[in-house]
Ligand binder design. Sequence first.
Ligand code: F0G
Length: 408
Amino acid sequence: MESSANRVATGLRCSEQDCGTEVPREYRGYLCPKCGNLLQAVVDPGPSSPEQLKEVWRQRRASNHKLDQSGVWRFREFLPKTPEDAVVTLFEGNVPLIPGQKTAAYAGVEHLWFKHLGWNPTGSFKDLGMTAAVTEARRQGAKTVACASTGNTAASMAAYAARGNLRARVYLPRGGTSMAKLAQALDFGAEIQYVDGNFDDALRALMSEQDPSIYFLNSINPFRIEGQKTAIFHLLDLMDWEAPDFIVVPGGNLGNSSAFGKAMMELAAFGLLPKVPRMVIVQARGSNALVRTVRAGGHELEVVADPQTMATAIRIGEPKSWKKALKAVRFTNGLVIDVDDDEIVAAKAELGRDGIGSEPASATTLAGIRNLVASGAIAPQSRIVAFLTGHALKDTDAILRSAGKQGS
Ligand code: F0G
């Protein structure tokens, strides 16, 4: 009989602890066959001690080995086991931690850093998840990968699919994607399918596809979460494992906050995170399903039927990973807040003036920190890391509109 350790090292498990149903890694149902909740990968970091792994990860930064050059695969002890030659990588993940200057003063804090995941190969944090998930798609013999997207997932998936020699099909909400993101997806050779409606409608259209040869790459795919998880590992390595007091992340479909939560749970269980940072999820007020859900007690998702915000990346009303994200908030004693579009535009302009730049969805973090400091929920001396998720050039219309220069 297969030992349970072997089975666990390669499997998926229901994300609801009370259910715990296990399925093989190749299971294509995406949801638990018993209770319908999302699945997650079970990882086994092996026999090394926390101190040994810290040392190994630091040494790999100086290595020219293919997997060590990736800021995702460098942390492979916590990723599903994959042979090196199967890995599809664009050497993602190695983004710096930038101290806030004018932005720190704007937020009213002394110690603010930005981890700019928009400085990844396709300009967004999605690359961290795509290297893991496209690798898995290819390992499982898929020929076509597909996703619904507000644009960044599409661009990233298309790039990694091109690297991995797979066909890419993306479902985009008509009129709900910036031109730059659409252009990227086209540049990488994706087939575009427009859906009338918003992101939630596009995701529904994708999920109704019955074609078993298609491998789905939205963040309900557990391998996406595994790759995105490593942003926390990389952050802690850059901070010499002195965890900040707060990490702040924008919330859309809530895959990223779920991934960060999983990272912190695993690192804490392994002994690498003596003090767990509090995670703040910031949503746009017109697309604030998680905020409403928390306010209502957190039992059922409070869907926003017609989500609105100028931050198109997070214009989402029915976030699929809300339960995982809520679990992460509870685990970290975190907070869930929203900011309005004027606050997003103002914070985005401040980031620009600080020489950093980002797309609007990322600027929710700075706006959120400013509000939490003003209300006393964050002390000005706290050490805070905000995750910026997309590059400024992802949405130049937003910049031109805000500067009053469009069409001039
Ligand atoms: N920031 C940016 C720039 C994004 O593109 C997204 C999501 C988020 C934040 C929110 O992340 O969904 O994990 O909570 N973009 C998806 C897309 C929906 O299709 O590109 P999340």
